[in-house]
Design a protein around this ligand. Sequence first.
Ligand code: XIL
Length: 398
Amino acid sequence: MAQKAKRRVEQRWMDSTSGVSVVNAVMERVSQMQLFQLCLLLLGTFVCSGLARGEIPALREESGERLMIGTAIMSSQLDDPARAALIASQFNCVTAENEMKPDALQPTPGHFTFERADRIVAFAEAHQMKVAGHTLLWHHQSPAWLFQEPGGKPLSREIALNNLKAHITGVVRHFKGKVKSWDVVNEAISDGPEGLRDTPALRAIGDDYVLKAFEFAHEADPDVELIYNDYNIECDYKRDRAIKLVTRIRAAGLRIDGVGIQGHYRLEHPNADEIRRGIQAYVDAGFKVMITELDVDPLPRKGGEGADLSASEREGLDPFRDGLPVEVQTQLAQRYEELFKLFLAFPQVSRVTFWGVTDADSWLNNFPVKGRTNHPLLFDRQGNSKPALQSVVNVLRN
Ligand code: XIL
């Protein structure tokens, strides 16, 4: 064994030094034991350095044709070659975590800034990944001028509709043929009993603003898939209102392909039955379902469930600063297993996108409490796979 290995190393060195036999001189002085130790050292370094990541299963391979597996990224992450390699090897779809939102693409009227989003698209194209567009209309990360006068008063319906149309048309046309689907409207449904959330768009345009957004998006690119995206719309308290909205869009004769369930979950909430009931309801109503922003938050929370950005908490416990204890790591893996089993039970679930790549990037380090150390994803802060990755892979294999 050692002799063979020695010969191989020697041969490789010889090849690379075009026959200069420095190698011979060195190898003659290296005992078999030293060679063995060197091999062990190299193997150890390889495994610990994360180079062995090539060995871990790749989600995009495991999911095959059945399911698209996505992640949300920021263009700056592509500066890190190890991170870029991890993204390209694991996922076959990307969403811009922030860089396709209205404030990123049209910060001032008529001035479109596509550079960072274009970088994400180019990366996706270079690695045979699809792009999920997020999002054309949202009440967060949107410039105030779209729907409000400088003092905050709603713009007239006519001007607000012009602004909405110009934004959607400018963005959708720019990415035509490059973006597979658009989250046309994000989080329009209220968490309270009223139907629509009180937003600048609603105040300026009225309650057909969601329909108008779908109309403008389809006009700008008749081929792109159009999605309504929201959190907790699979949950009992919000589901009926969401179904009412998406069926209203369809009944108006507008294109709507599917529903994006964000999937910002906690270890135990919502329970699997509630999620299953939710997905079933959309499937029964004839919609495709995508899980668009999946993560599982293992940290304690005082307040509500879900992803309402306005519901931030000022302080909260931060119990896992030094890493996730084994028992919580196991709970996380079991929760991901449960979720993937239930997603895969529906052929209509065509994509699952994780909201971030590694725990270090996750928005949950800052939501609902700023500056905590969270562990919601399949890769840890160093980019190493967690037991949860293996449990997802096991479900995909079966
Ligand atoms: C989050 C991003 O991850 C953060 O970086 C940003 O500061 C705020 O927005 N629901 C959505 C996403 O639809 O766009 C949000 O993304 C997370 C909740």
